[in-house]
Design a protein around this ligand. Sequence first.
Ligand SMILES: [Zn+2]
Ligand SMILES: [Zn+2]
Length: 253
Amino acid sequence: MTATVRVMLFRDVAEGIHRLEIAHTNTYFVETGDQLLVVDAGLPAAWPHLQLAVLDLGYTPAQVEGLLLTHGHFDHVGTAARMHRDWGTPVYVHPGDRRLAAHPYSYRPQTNRLGFVALHPGGLLPLGRMLLAGAATVEGIEDTLPLESRAEVPGSPWIIETPGHTDGHVALHFADRDAVIAGDALVTFDPYTGGIGPRIVAPAATADVDTAVASLDGLVDTEAKHVLPGHGPTWSLGARAAVTQARRAAGAA
Ligand SMILES: [Zn+2]
Ligand SMILES: [Zn+2]
């Protein structure tokens, strides 16, 4: 079944940052000199491709100094337990999402998901691809460290709290690369609706829409050129323009 999962590695989406897309879900590799950070762990079917990508980029698993999770949803945690076990990689998540990362199906979306997909058939195909990639079989990760203090996290990104999509969602600002990894605080493709362009994720998978819209200010403040979302392609026209479009899409312009 994994043969039907599309895998794409986009190199240098920002300086020293690479994007691996599998089943509409992004994992980022951030080069930090002679080591590598992984941001978000994708779906279970990503595992062999993550290993290949690390080698392809010229590193070994032993050089992966940390896995940073933007949040605890199943599609960002899918290989975390495996990576921790097989590579010994320390896993970081904000304390607000620690429990969710350990139990990735325990989240509370703002609306009923099944009814929502019935209203938005554009989400059927992407969600089907996510299911093929193991979306229903994710193992949680219990053993995590707090993604809270910049000084204690490998790569030292600025940690921008962006609650709303989940309570403990964070974006990671790599100021030296002019890039912010936005996770699901702002996406350029919404797998729940098939919607294209900068937007917050549909209420079907977002805990609190108003809070998620308010959190977009944190992305604007980075003034980053490159916005690297959890789903969809890179946006390189600046965080402010991305947020303007996302607010418009949410009817909150
Ligand atoms: Zn999410
Ligand atoms: Zn997601």
